[in-house]
Design a protein around this ligand. Sequence first.
Ligand code: GRF
Length: 200
Amino acid sequence: KRIVILISGRGSNMQALVKSNIAQVEIVAVISNQSDAAGLAWAAEHGLATEALNHRDYEGRDAFDRALMERIDTYQPDLVVLAGFMRILTPVFCTHYVGRLINIHPSLLPAFPGLHTHQRALESGCRVAGCTIHFVTAELDCGPIIAQGVVPVLDGDTAEILAQRVLRIEHQLLPQAVADFVAGNLVIQGNRVNRLEAGI
Ligand code: GRF
C-alpha cells in the first residue's frame, strides 16, 4: 500500500512510522506545509520523496487544500497520514480522502480536541492522558476512533513532561494503526471502527 505522510514540524511520528518498516507499505512521499520542518530534512536524508507546500503562498484555505490534494494525488496513495500536521483541513479535502485519511491527536478524544491538549488535561485535573488515532472527517478531531493509548498523569507533571510521556505511546500506536489499516482489519461503521479478527 502507498502512503503519503503530512507533517508540519519535528516529524517524530513520521520517523516512527518509517522505522517500523511495515510489510507491504511504501511511504511514497512526505509533504509539509513548512519548508523548514525538521522532519522534512530527516525524510529527505532517508531517501524519501519530500515536498513543501507553504500555506502562506496560497490565498486561503480552499486554494491551499486544492493544491495539497493535487500534489498528494500524484502519488496515488491508499492512505494519507496526518502526523503532526498542524492545519485544519477543509470539508472538501476531508471528503475527498474519506476512509483513507487518519490523524494522530495527543489527547483521549473526545476530550480536548484542538490545541494545548496537555496543558488543558493538567488544568482539568485528569489522572490519565493519552493519544488517539482516528479517521478524519470534516469535523475537527471527531472522526471514528481507531486506537487510543493511555498514560498516567503524575504529580508534578508539566505540560512538557506529560507531552513526552504521551509521545512515546504515539510512536507505538501510529505504526500499529497503519498496519491494521493496511491489513484491511479496520471497518468503519457509523462513528465506530470495528476490528476484523485475523483469519475471519
Ligand atoms: C504530536 O504530539 C502529535 O500528536 C501532535 O503534534 C505532535 C507532533 O509531533 N499533533 P511530531 O512532529 O510527530 O514529532
